[in-house]
Write a protein that binds this ligand. Structure first.
Ligand SMILES: CC/C=C\C/C=C\C/C=C\C/C=C\C/C=C\C/C=C\C=C\C(=O)SCCNC(=O)CCNC(=O)[C@H](O)C(C)(C)COP(=O)(O)OP(=O)(O)OC[C@H]1O[C@@H](n2cnc3c(N)ncnc32)[C@H](O)[C@@H]1OP(=O)(O)O
Ligand SMILES: NC(=O)C1=CN([C@@H]2O[C@H](COP(=O)(O)OP(=O)(O)OC[C@H]3O[C@@H](n4cnc5c(N)ncnc54)[C@H](OP(=O)(O)O)[C@@H]3O)[C@@H](O)[C@H]2O)C=CC1
Length: 299
């Protein structure tokens, strides 16, 4: 049985590398984000790269912002070549608010405005709590949670407060049930889920919507490789996910497109779960599924 047959519908196009898709089938109007500007943290790889590509295919210019400028320049070149839209690569460490401020100012100078902020940058690895150093826990909280707050606050202060806008935070369903080897990332993402709701309430009157996309395992990404996705696939663990497979990056990008566009104009403070139903079953526990002992040394 093919994957497509298993889920009973067409799977969006995708490629497993950080390259643009060879072909793309539109569901929404190609003008959905025409002349808008999106600021995407971690946009040079994985899910963030595909979000940038899908947004640009819908008429948007993008900023892709993370720590490795060389990687970003290469990604920006590919994205612009495939879509004909502008992509500005900017060096940002989301733990350092001054780097975010500089990048937002550069964006406004070069592209004139910001309509959408995607908080996608994150860090993760498998590690049992007892082997996790205090600094390792702090590092993940600083990237995932502080990074999301820092970027949201700077973009709000410098643009959204007076012009409105749209924020989408990339979370994960791993925190919904609890999971071995993931106390750092699960805690960080749970805090972000709360942040989405608080900021939606506080900033709604300024015309700012704030929502969450919560993926399960997404193939063709660094997160998937780090968390044992390929081994999980080989061991057949995805059979216990209701839709019996991992998601792909284009599916995630389409969820984000929905949340960041006028299609969802009355939605704020919400979480869109895109995990094939994984969190509803015990399939979410990567360590248990792969037979890794919770108390082993760091992986
Ligand atoms: C439904 C599932 C069904 C079946 C499951 C089967 C298979 C699983 C398949 C897929 C996954 C399944 C479910 C997924 C669901 C949810 C996933 C949720 C979240 C996913 C998140 C991500 O994927 S994030 C993206 C991943 N990409 C990255 O992490 C890239 C960026 N990362 C980094 O920059 C680094 O790795 C970093 C996070 C460590 C930060 O780097 P840096 O600032 O340079 O920090 P360091 O100085 O290197 O380290 C700081 C401290 O951290 C310690 N450390 C580092 N690495 C590790 C490690 N591997 N283990 C333990 N500790 C580590 C380091 O030692 C430092 O601490 P000290 O005390 O030594 O100072
Ligand atoms: N892949 C999966 O299965 C799942 C992923 N997710 C979430 O999806 C998002 C994307 O993950 P994925 O595509 O797998 O991972 P990637 O590793 O490809 O993306 C993470 C990005 O974050 C950037 N980044 C990391 N630290 C910082 C920092 N301090 N400042 C700025 N940028 C930073 C990295 O770029 P650089 O190194 O250049 O800084 C990288 O581009 C994350 O939020 C992740 O938690 C959620 C559930 C499942």
């Amino acid at each position: 049985m093919s994957e497509t047959q298993r889920v009973g519908e067409r799977l969006p196009e995708d490629v497993d590398t950080d390259d643009c898709m060879v072909s793309y089938t539109y569901t929404y109007s190609p003008d959905l984000l025409k002349d808008q500007v999106a600021f995407i943290t971690g946009g040079g790889s994985g899910i963030g790269f595909r979000i940038a590509e899908v947004f640009m295919r819908h008429g948007c210019d993008t900023v892709i912002a993370s720590r490795n400028l060389e990687k970003l320049k290469e990604a920006a070149h590919k994205l612009s070549a495939a879509t004909g839209r502008r992509c500005l690569p900017l060096c940002v460490d989301v733990r350092q608010p001054d780097t975010i401020s500089a990048a937002v100012e550069e964006t406004l100078k070069e592209l004139g405005h910001i309509n959408i902020l995607i908080n996608n940058a994150a860090g993760n690895f498998l590690c049992p709590a007892m082997a996790l150093s205090f600094n390792a826990f702090k590092t993940v909280m600083e990237i995932d949670t502080m990074g999301t707050f820092n970027t949201s606050k700077v973009v709000y202060e410098k643009w959204f407060k007076d012009h409105g806008g749209n924020i989408v935070n990339i979370s994960a369903t791993l925190g919904y049930r609890g999971q071995g080897l993931q106390v750092h990332a699960g805690s960080a993402k749970a805090a972000n889920d709360a942040m989405t709701k608080h900021l939606a309430v506080e900033w709604g009157p300024s015309g700012v919507r704030v929502n969450t996309l919560a993926p399960g395992p997404v193939s063709g990404t660094e997160g998937y490789r780090r968390l044992g996705g390929p081994q999980g696939e080989a061991a057949g663990v995805f059979c216990s996910i209701p839709l019996q497979r991992a998601g792909n990056k284009t599916e995630m990008a389409h969820g984000v497109l929905f949340l960041a566009s006028r299609v969802s104009s009355f939605v704020t403070g919400a979480a869109l779960v895109m995990d094939g139903g994984a969190w509803l079953t015990s399939a979410n526990d990567v360590a248990a599924m792969l037979g890794i002992a919770y108390n082993s040394a760091k992986l």
